[in-house]
Design a protein around this ligand. Structure first.
Ligand SMILES: [Zn+2]
Length: 229
């Protein structure tokens, strides 16, 4: 199992970039992070995501990096949205600490995937001495998923459909980098829905193999629910 720490930037009193309509970066990137977590099942148990924050609280760059180091995560992906002084910037860029390492390779994969799936401008892979990149002991990248400060782009990147797309793009790029399969449709959501309906037992493991006997009993329960038995 490969543990990947997903780090939604900012939080608490630090909103990050703000769109002309008042949408805050800290909320946008948390939504993307939660979507990534929701897509975890698509990796068939090979990848686990851990969020540095799953709510609106403040975290220093050191705390984010320390958390990833303590968990001995294999990769660290920080999520941000951009802003520039003239409110004209557009596009996606992915940062790594320095050229030549695994961080740069991962950055290229994520960037390609983000550009392909979101259709936003490709601003390239860049290098920066950001604290979260420097202090993490594993390959680490920082994705700037569009410009929240630019009115036309803010309109696109604050939509739930964009959060989903960006999350999907990051999962696909990561799967590509890791050389492992990823299927969007595998969802733990459907599993828990069917459990609530009483169609599936509560104590199953999502990736356990199913026997014909078990399959037959699920069909039986389904027919029962439909009133056909
Ligand atoms: Zn930011």
């Amino acid at each position: 199992m490969i543990l990947v720490v997903i780090d939604p930037g900012h939080g608490g009193r630090d909103p990050g970039a703000v769109s002309p309509d008042g949408e805050q970066e800290k909320e946008q990137v948390l939504k993307i992070a939660r979507q990534i977590k929701a897509l975890e099942a698509g990796f068939g148990g090979k990848v686990r995501f851990y969020l540095t924050r799953d709510g609106d609280w403040e975290l220093s760059p050191e705390a984010r990096a320390n958390l990833a180091n303590r968990l001995q995560a294999r990769y660290f992906i920080s999520l941000h949205q951009n802003s520039d002084r003239k409110h004209q910037g557009r596009g996606v860029e992915v940062y790594a600490l320095a050229p030549g390492g695994e961080g740069e390779k991962l950055a290229h994969r994520l960037l390609e995937s983000l550009v392909e799936m979101t259709g936003l401008r490709n601003r390239g892979v860049k290098f920066a001495n950001f604290a979260v990149l420097r202090l993490t002991k594993m390959p680490a990248v920082l994705c700037e998923c569009g410009f929240l400060g630019t009115p036309q782009e803010a309109e696109i990147i604050t939509k739930p459909s964009f959060h989903r797309l960006a999350a999907l793009a990051i999962c696909k790029g990561l799967a590509d980098y890791l050389g492992c399969p990823f299927r969007e449709s595998w969802g733990t959501d459907s599993l828990s829905r069917l459990q609530q309906l009483g169609l599936l037992p509560l104590d199953i493991e999502p990736y356990e193999e199913v026997t014909w006997e078990e399959f037959a009993s699920v069909v039986e329960r389904l027919l029962d629910v439909e009133g056909k038995l």
